[in-house]
Structure formats: C-alpha cells, structure tokens
Design a protein around this ligand. Structure first.
Ligand SMILES: [Zn+2]
Length: 450
C-alpha cells in the first residue's frame, strides 16, 4: 500500500484512479465486518460489491454517524448505561470484539470522561484513543480510533502542517489549547507532537492551564443537562462558576502564559508556530499590542482552527487583521493560516498562501448537489463529501458526507490543470471564504476549540 507522503508526487489522473479503486476495495472489506455500515448500505439497496456509481449511497453523514448512540440508547449520557454503549461501539467498528472484553466495564460511571477512560484502559492493547467533537450542543460525536487509525491521523495532520506551511522539526509549537482534552484537533496536536519528538525535545507548550473533559464542555455550554436536581445544579451552579472561571482565571492565565512563551521565543530567536482558536489568539494579540507588538524570527506562523463558535465582538477577518498588525516575523506581518477539519475526519485541510484550503492528495473529495448526486465537474459548489481510503484506517469506513457547503475545485476525478491553485499545489481545494458550516452552534462535527 502506498504511504501517505507518496501521494504528493503522484500525477493527478493516476492518483484519482488509485483512490477510486481503493474505495471499492475498502467497501468490500468493511461491508461484511461492520454492522452499522452494512445496515446503512442495505437501507440504500447497496450490496457487498459496488461500482463508482454507488459512491454517494455509501456515504454516511458526519453529523449523525458517531452521535447515533443518543438515539439508540435513548440518552445523551452513555455513562449511565455502559453495557448498551459498548454494544453501540461494537456495531460501529469493523473488528469483532468478544463479549467478555467488555466485562470489565462498571454498571455506571459518574462522567462521560470516566467511561471513555475505562474503555481506553480495557482496549489499551489495541491502542484505542477516543476523541470527541467539541460538543457545544452537549451531544458530542464519539470517535473510537485504534492504534493504526490514530497513527494515520497524526501522520496526516503533521504531514499537512509541514507540507502546506513548512513547519518542520526545528519549530517551537505553541498551542493555545489544553493538553488534557479529547477534542479531536487538540488530541492530535498532543499525540502528534509526542510521536514526532517535539515534546521530548522541549519544543511544545500548551497554554490553556485547565483540562477540558467532554463533561466540562457540556456543562459550560449548558445546552444538554442531566435530568432532575443534577441538571438544576449544573445549570445554576456549575455552568456559571465554570464560565466565570474561564473568563476571569483560565483565559487571562492562558493569554499571559502564551505571551511569556512568545517573548522567550523571540528573545531566543526560535521559529514558532502559534496555534489556537481565533478568539483566544485575538486575546493574545491584544495583550501584546499594549507593549507595541512583538518581532519574531523569519518563518513564523499563526494557525487558526475551530472557527468562531461563540458570540464575539469582532469578525474573523478583523481578528486576522489585528494579529497581522501586532505580530511580525522577520520584520513582516506574520503569516496567518487557517485549518478546516472535523472530529470525524482523519485529515485537516490547510490554507495556502492564496487563501484556499487544500485537501490532502490521498483524499477523494466530492461536492454533492441538493439531490445528493455528484457534481461531475472541476468547479463544483455543493456539500462536501470525502473518502479517505489510505489515511482513514480500517476501524470504520472513512466515507462521509459533511454538513458543510463548499466551492470545491478539482475534486473527484475531474482534475483540470488550468484550474490548479496558483500556489502550485496540484490538489483539490476549497475556494477561499467558501466554507459555510451548516450550523456551527449545533456543531456539524467541528474540532479545535474549547
Ligand atoms: Zn493553493
């Protein structure tokens, strides 16, 4: 099987053919093994063998697939019924788990974090890592990844960061995120930096000083609360307290910590990548402005992720303008780039110098029209769907329809050299400013931000 970096040098027609064949093969592999996927296919009259014409029918919605436990268990709190949740997990994955493997689960857990940690401990030999979407609705997507799938996700993210942004092993990486969290993008940051040795070399900082468990995120947003007295306490005591602490303790401490690390890096002449949610990064920039900004060495970069999930006085464009006017790299306004991704995806899409978001070359991406049919053209405006047959691992079929409307160029097998991005990268890309997330506040499956 071709390794991910090899896809960067494959000519597009050959690459797209390889991807199509791999999707067909993966379907045949998952179909007999994955109960939930097979049920989805049977409902659409799709059998064990498919052709390219069936591609749209095997896609499952990111917004529902790994959130379907809520409907099946009849509760948004799987910690109350671990055995039922285990049955749901077993149906979602393409490996058979003997029933006795679940026997170590307790009858209930006091938190979702407790349950997910227990599952990771039970399946430590398989290298399970469980991520969640940011869960602003309180009903998070829950994604189980095994060692292979998780390792591919880390390779995919860090290859993208290196390839698109030139961030190599010399850089210091500063994440305005908590180190302890299951939010997919932050989890990838933490384990990816460990895998690549940044952590061992002391080149990583996380500047949000408090852990963010799925329970904390759920309570803070106060949209899905426990029934009865517990829910009353969550709404009237815990949520206001957590939000007060966030605003008056965690955020100021995080900003101060980030400013300190940035100043150290500037003094030491270290190249840095600063990464976080736009609102948090804006806070950092405004704090630096009081002292006249900051000059960093040449090659530094600010990466934003997660979008704008909270109400905020400034637009994303204003935030970028402010950051660029305050932080300099080699005497110029610092480069600012965004990343688009979601908890269900094993990849990130990185903004290039032209403002476009390039999809990784090992991804087969399509835009769908309102009838869920493929828009068979190099210039397509529709709902983004993707197949990740090389980078998605084998624990579940990585074939998804997102809820995001995009303007996709050179997707599918409709590569047109005349429409290639002026930045020189011969991959499918989403046009600058064209991503319309269906409903950020009901999280279509968004990563990145607390
Ligand atoms: Zn480009």
């Amino acid at each position: 099987m071709l390794e991910l970096p090899g896809f960067y040098t494959l000519p597009p027609p050959q690459r797209d053919q390889l991807l199509i064949e791999a999707v067909l093969e993966q379907h045949e592999w998952h179909y007999p093994r994955n109960v939930a996927y097979r049920r989805h296919c049977e409902n659409r009259s799709v059998g064990a063998h498919i052709t390219e014409g069936d591609f749209t029918r095997v896609l499952r919605p990111t917004a529902q697939t790994f959130k379907s436990y809520v409907g099946e268990l009849g509760t948004a709190f799987p910690q109350d019924c671990p055995a039922d949740f285990a049955r749901w997990v077993a149906e979602e994955i393409s490996v058979a788990v003997p029933p006795e493997r679940w026997a170590g689960l307790r009858p209930r857990y006091s938190s979702l974090e407790g349950l997910l940690s227990a599952l990771e401990a039970l399946f430590a030999a398989e290298g399970w890592r469980i991520a969640t979407s940011s869960g602003t609705s309180g009903r998070a997507s829950i994604m189980v990844r095994d060692e292979e799938t998780f390792s591919l996700a880390l390779d995919s993210f860090f290859l993208g960061i290196q390839h698109a942004w030139g961030i190599d092993l010399d850089y210091r990486l500063i994440f305005v995120m908590p180190e302890q969290t299951r939010i997919a993008m932050a989890q990838a940051a933490r384990f990816g930096t460990e895998k690549l040795g940044y952590t061992a070399r002391g080149q990583v900082a996380y500047t949000v000083p408090f852990p963010a468990s799925p329970d904390v995120i759920r309570i803070r947003t106060a949209r899905t609360l426990r029934p009865g007295i517990r829910g009353w306490l969550e709404r009237h005591i815990a949520a206001p307290f957590m939000n007060w602490m966030g605003e008056h303790v965690a955020m100021p401490r995080s900003i101060r910590g980030t400013v300190d690390v940035l100043r150290q890096s500037a003094a030491a002449g270290e190249k840095i990548m600063l990464f976080g949610g736009p609102i948090q990064l804006h806070g950092v920039a405004l704090a630096l402005r009081r002292d006249g900004g900051l000059d960093l060495p040449l090659g530094c970069l600010v990466g934003t992720g997660g979008g704008m999930k909270e109400a905020y006085d400034h637009s994303y464009a204003e935030i970028r303008r402010d950051i660029a006017s305050i932080l300099r790299s080699g005497g110029q306004p610092i480069r600012i780039r965004d990343v688009y991704g979601m908890a269900e995806a094993n990849w990130g899409s990185f903004e290039c110098s032209e403002g476009h978001y390039h999809l990784p070359p090992w991804l087969y991406a399509l835009a769908l029209d309102s009838a869920d049919e493929v828009i068979a053209a190099p210039d397509a405006e529709g709902v983004l769907a993707f197949f990740d047959p090389f980078g998605g691992g084998k624990l579940f079929p990585p074939f998804f329809k997102t809820t995001d409307r995009v303007h996709l160029i050179n997707g599918g097998r409709w590569y047109d050299p005349a429409r290639a991005c002026p930045c020189g990268e011969p991959t499918a890309y989403i046009e600058a400013g064209s991503i319309a997330r269906a409903d950020l506040f009901d999280e279509s499956g968004c990563a990145g931000q607390v």
